[in-house]
Design a protein around this ligand. Sequence first.
Ligand code: NDP
Ligand code: F7E
Length: 354
Amino acid sequence: MALVWRLVKRIKNKNKFKRKAKRKNIVPTDLNQKIYVAGHRGMVGSAIVRNLVAHGYNNIVTRTHAELDLTNQAQVKVFFQQEKPAQVYLAAAKVGGIYANNTYPAEFIYQNLMMEANVIHQSFEAGVKKLLFLGSSCIYPKLASQPMAENSLLTGELESSNEPYAIAKIAGIKLCESYNRQYGQSHGIDYRSVMPTNLYGPGDNYHPENSHVIPALIRRFHEAKEANAPEVVIWGTGTPKREFLYVDDMAAASVFVMELSKAIYDQQTSPMQSHINVGFGEDVTIAELAKAVGNTVGYSGQINFDSTKPDGSPRKWMDSSRLNRLGWKAKIDLSAGLARAYADFLQHTAEKIT
Ligand SMILES: NC(=O)C1=CN([C@@H]2O[C@H](COP(=O)(O)OP(=O)(O)OC[C@H]3O[C@@H](n4cnc5c(N)ncnc54)[C@H](OP(=O)(O)O)[C@@H]3O)[C@@H](O)[C@H]2O)C=CC1
Ligand SMILES: C[C@H]1O[C@H](OP(=O)(O)OP(=O)(O)OC[C@H]2O[C@@H](n3cnc4c(=O)[nH]c(N)nc43)[C@H](O)[C@@H]2O)[C@@H](O)[C@@H](O)C1=O
């Protein structure tokens, strides 16, 4: 009797999954297929692994940077030939905020170009059919009209503080497109790209200079509160606007895009413009962000601005309507996301750095 009941339950679950797949335009998925997540110890890679595990994927392959240097062509070749994954999420990259991009431009362009070229080419050589490349909103021109749609790529000059990184990210999109165009039909490959807006959340980098603005401000406000400091100084004028997406939303969007059927994905993209924006939908000024972080941390002193520091792009608001039309929307708003990020900072980072 128990066996019959288990069989009925299994059939019901299978049908439920098929209905869900049809509703959400997703391909019925083999949860046992081997998936390589590159950069699984980073903020986004670790969130993608959490999301895949929550979906029931049970054959996730990872390597630390120390075990596999993705800028090393020979190592990457051996890895892919040995593992032969079915899918790849490329979330490994040289990443940093405005100061790091400005200070280490050679590292940003070289390492990112090498990682993308190695992983995408060796994926192809090893027969990987599906790959998701993570780019960035900085691929769009500094003065792109807002919100920035996918078709504003390569229509104007880039922001100088992160141009080398942006060029490498554009190369990543074009690698995916070119392999699809040349080998898509003959080899059945389908390599996709998502362009995230500015991200934040658990596992972020809290380095005082090299980090992005949210982790930098969480740390600075926290340290000011602990020290009873009368003021916190924010870089730049406070007027640039940024759109912030919580990292678990980004991971959910990544898995969602990877699982979309090819027919549906192709409806929203084209062979020469195959990337998809992933944004939250609203942006805020850096001054507004600073107030929000101050409130989250519980800091009640002054907030001042150092306008000798660079502002970067004036605004980078993503047009995420392609992704929204496909059926995905962000869930976690800025105040909820900041609260979660600060809780994670207190739990995992505060003691180590103060
Ligand atoms: N954070 C953000 O605001 C945004 C991020 N993105 C993109 O999302 C992706 C993930 O970013 P995020 O998680 O924030 O970055 P992290 O710096 O948190 O993670 C990057 C990961 O890549 C690994 N890595 C770097 N170089 C190598 C290498 N040579 N070989 C092997 N592994 C390497 C790092 O390992 P290790 O630390 O050991 O070096 C780390 O685990 C990147 O493509 C980034 O460009 C896009 C827009 C915004
Ligand atoms: C994701 C994106 O990240 C980078 O671009 P960015 O959007 O300029 O990122 P940011 O987070 O470093 O800064 C956002 C804004 O915030 C201001 N700001 C204030 N005070 C601090 C501060 O303390 N630290 C930082 N980092 N910024 C600060 C800062 O002046 C700027 O106006 C790219 O290089 C590129 O890597 C990329 O793709």
